[in-house]
Ligand binder design. Structure first.
Ligand SMILES: O=C[C@H](O)COP(=O)(O)O
Length: 214
C-alpha cells in the first residue's frame, strides 16, 4: 500500500514529520511519502523521505507569476505531485496541462477527485494514480472506507473502466491501520491522509499505527 501524507498548511514541523516518514518507511513493506508545502520541499527532501508536491501548475518556464513550475518542484527533490486536491481545485483543461507538465519533469502524479464520476474523468487524463476523497469527510476523522465504502469501490471500478494502469487511492478521515486495511479490502492501492498524522501529538506513532497491519 502507498501511504501519502499531505501536510497541507497544518502548523506541524515538516522536517520532524518527514524524518518519521523516512524512518517508518524502513520498517514496512508499505511505501510512505510526504507532501509538504512548496516552501518546505527542499528541506523535506533532504531528510531522505520520499517527497511530493501538493500542486504544480500547467505552465512552462516563462512569464508566470505566483505559479509552481513542475521542474522547480523536481529540482527541489520532489518525485511526485498531487493535482486537483479538494482544497486546490483546477479546471479539467488545467488538470490535463498539469499532468503533462509533471510528466515533462518526470514527476509521478495523483489526481484527486470528489466522486467516482470525476475519478473516471481524471483517469482519462493518464495520471499514475487517482485519489477519491469525499469532501464532507476530509478532516473529520471518520474514514471514507467505513463511512462510504461504496464510493471507494465505485471509484476503483470507474478508473479500471477507463485505464487499468491507473491505480486508485482513497482519502478522507484515514487515521489508523484498520482504516488502511479497509481501504485495501475495497480495492484501493493506497491512502491519502493528512490530519491523522499532521495533527497528531506523536506523528511517528501515528505512522507506525497506520502501517502496523500491513
Ligand atoms: O490530502 C488529504 C486529504 O484531504 C484527507 O485529509 P484528512 O486525512 O485530514 O481527512
Amino acid at each position: 500500500m502507498f501511504v501519502l501524507v499531505n501536510l497541507k498548511t497544518y502548523p506541524c514541523d515538516p522536517i520532524a514529520v518527514a524524518e518519521a516518514v523516512r524512518d517508518v518507511n524502513e520498517t514496512t513493506d508499505a511505501r510512505l511519502a510526504i507532501a509538504p508545502q512548496a516552501a518546505h520541499l527542499e528541506r523535506v527532501a533532504e531528510t531522505g523521505a520520499e517527497t511530493w508536491a501538493q500542486h504544480v501548475d500547467p505552465i512552462e518556464h516563462g512569464s508566470n507569476t505566483g505559479h509552481t513550475l513542475a521542474e522547480s518542484v523536481a529540482d527541489a527533490g520532489a518525485v511526485g505531485t498531487l493535482l486537483n486536491h479538494s482544497e486546490r481545485r483546477s479546471k479539467l483543461a488545467d488538470i490535463d496541462g498539469a499532468v503533462r507538465a509533471a510528466e515533462r519533469a518526470n514527476l509521478e502524479t495523483v489526481v484527486c477527485a470528489n466522486n467516482p464520476a470525476q475519478i473516471g474523468a481524471a483517469a482519462a487524463l493518464g495520471p499514475d494514480a487517482v485519489a477519491v476523497e469525499p469532501p464532507a469527510l476530509i478532516g473529520t476523522g471518520t474514514p471514507v472506507s467505513q463511512a462510504d465504502p461504496d464510493v471507494v469501490e465505485d471509484a476503483v471500478e470507474a478508473a479500471a473502466n477507463v485505464d487499468s494502469d491507473v491505480s486508485v487511492l482513497c482519502g478522507a478521515g484515514i487515521s489508523t491501520g484498520d482504516d488502511v486495511v479497509a481501504a485495501g479490502d475495497l480495492g484501493a492501492e493506497g491512502v491519502l491522509l493528512a490530519s491523522g498524522v499532521a495533527k497528531a501529538d506523536d506523528p511517528k506513532a501515528a505512522l507506525e499505527d497506520l502501517v502496523a497491519p500491513l
